[in-house]
Design a protein around this ligand. Structure first.
Ligand code: R5P
Length: 315
């Protein structure tokens, strides 16, 4: 372990601390601040020459600052002669623009993959990417973790019966099917249309939710529109309790207020993105992926298999 150093950017210090605590290692020291014009300034305080280095940074809001901070940390570590640098990105932002679905639009997920490698990342460790295919945008090794087992362990304590797993959109079917298999539950799909980045309409519910408890599963909640509109439709179709298991709780603009006034009984998110005090709510429960990341980091360090940590969400 003494060959390994874990650093944290400023996006998710608490998660990085949990990872270090679980692995019983001290966090590497880096000085991160800003010049008066806003440029990010970094100095790695520990000697990392020949070390196996991990940098924990979610590219959550403020997305651009967090992304650039990660790039600059990678650059500093590369120039300090680290032997291997793993970018640990619990939430990988800019992932939703992952294809040219209209003329003259970028593919930001690919752009970010390229710049991470150019900045110095030798490999990437991440969780519940917006789309599994994003793995292929990286020409460096990428390990993709799933929060499925973390959610399963939480919900199974509630002993839910008559359960149906719901995908809030057609794109999430594969993931929802994996959850349904794990929970031994039924499956339903919300047919949603996105009117604008901030608003959605639900067209149909495919599957039977009448009299059932449901868990909606998705990679992220941003404005909350998808989830809240889906919950309304599920209630119209006479679902009983409505839970949601969403890996990345971005919860921007008035998402928390929307959740509080919605049909959702409980939203469970992970700590891949930190939840600020002002976003705390009785309807929102945060569970930790700290141990999952700690174990994955340990396995990368000792060149062991990672796939044993999760049920992969395959075809
Ligand atoms: C969409 O494809 C994603 O999986 C999420 O459903 C979506 O990004 C959530 O966005 P919002 O909370 O703004 O509806």
């Amino acid at each position: 372990m003494n060959k390994m150093v874990i650093f944290s950017g400023s996006s998710n210090l608490k998660l990085a601390e949990k990872i270090c605590k679980t692995l019983k290692v001290n966090m590497g020291e880096a000085f991160v601040s800003k010049f008066s014009d806003g440029e990010i300034r970094v100095k790695i305080k520990d000697n990392v020459r020949g070390k196996d280095v991990f940098v924990v940074q979610s590219t959550c809001p403020p997305v651009n600052d967090n992304l650039v901070e990660l790039l600059i940390l990678l650059d500093a570590l590369k120039r300090a002669s680290a032997y291997r640098i793993t970018a640990v990105i619990p939430y990988f932002g800019y992932a939703r623009q992952d294809r040219k679905d209209q003329p003259r639009v970028p593919i930001t997920a690919k752009l970010v993959a390229n710049i991470l490698a150019s900045a110095g990342a030798s490999r990437v460790l991440t969780l519940d990417l917006h789309a599994g295919q994003i793995q292929g945008f990286f020409d460096i090794p990428l390990d993709h973790l799933y929060a499925l087992n973390v959610f399963y362990n939480y919900f199974k304590k509630m002993e839910p019966n008559d359960l149906v797993i719901v995908s809030p959109d057609v794109g999430g079917i594969k993931v929802a099917r994996a959850y349904a298999k794990k929970f031994n539950a039924g499956l339903a799909i919300v047919d949603k249309r996105r009117n604008s980045p901030d608003s959605t309409d639900v067209m149909h519910i495919l599957g039977d939710v009448e009299g059932k408890n449901v868990i909606m599963v998705d990679d992220m909640i941003s404005t909350g529109s998808s989830l809240v509109e889906a919950a309304k439709a599920l209630k119209r179709h006479k679902a009983k309790k409505i839970y949601a298991a969403i890996t990345h709780g971005i919860l921007c603009s008035n998402a928390v207020e929307k959740i509080e006034n919605s049909e959702i009984d409980l939203l469970v998110i992970t700590d891949s993105v930190p939840l600020s005090d002002k976003k705390k709510s009785k309807k929102i429960k945060v569970i930790s992926v700290g141990s999952l990341f700690a174990e994955a980091i340990k396995r990368i360090r000792f060149e062991k298999s990672i796939s044993v940590l999760f049920d992969s969400i395959g075809g």
